[in-house]
Design a protein around this ligand. Structure first.
Ligand SMILES: [Zn+2]
Length: 199
């Protein structure tokens, strides 16, 4: 029986690298996969999933918040699909996560979602992550280490003009930023250093 998987980690936890290695293993066995990612993520080239950790990249389809993912996959189901891999799954809507459960339960195709769990906003999950934690059959953490110490990183800290930001300045959880130091960027931290990064 197929399952819905949620593999979550902080920024820079090599989530896309994990996805690409999984894609490579399936394709090495001659299996057919489909990769998807949100069009909200503008950091990488459209229609490709890339990772800073690997030179290998994979073509993908982009979805936005209005894409019906069940219909999208059902229309492609003339050739057997062995697995669906989704990057930046935090940007899924709750409705889209329910569509993924329908792909798993009614089309019997496994779906593996990779994404962030926590937004930078204190105490707030992303809509997609919230729904995946609720609906996924399997939940797995991809671990990484705090920017400041050797504890496990569990938080995504936003630094803007040198100061930590804990509240939304855009009215939502979605801010596209990179992990390279700049005016507005993100780092992965433990909980202690999320609240007190520069102490
Ligand atoms: Zn720390």
């Amino acid at each position: 029986m197929a399952k819905l998987y949620f593999k979550y980690g902080t920024m820079d936890a090599s989530k896309s690298a994990d996805l690409l290695m999984t894609a490579h293993k399936y394709e090495n066995q001659g299996k057919n996969i489909i990769c998807l990612r949100s069009s909200l993520d503008t950091r990488t080239k459209k229609d490709f999933i890339e990772s800073r950790a690997l030179t290998y990249k994979h073509s993908c389809f982009c979805f936005d918040k209005d894409t019906n993912l069940f219909d999208f996959i059902n229309n492609k189901n003339n050739k057997k699909i062995n697995c669906i891999l989704i990057d930046e799954a935090q940007f899924l809507t709750k409705e889209q996560v329910i569509q993924l459960t329908e792909i798993v339960d009614f089309l019997n195709i496994p779906v593996i979602c990779y994404g962030l769990k926590n937004s930078y906003i204190k105490g707030q999950l992303f809509e997609g992550s919230n729904a995946l934690l609720y609906f996924a059959d399997s939940i797995q953490e991809i671990k990484s280490v705090c920017h400041f110490c050797d504890n496990k990183a569990t938080m995504n800290l936003r630094i803007k003009n040198g100061s930590p930001i804990f509240d939304s300045d855009t009215g939502g959880t979605v801010v596209i930023g990179d992990t390279n130091e700049s005016e507005d960027y993100f780092i992965s931290t433990c909980r202690k250093h999320y609240f007190k990064p520069f102490d």
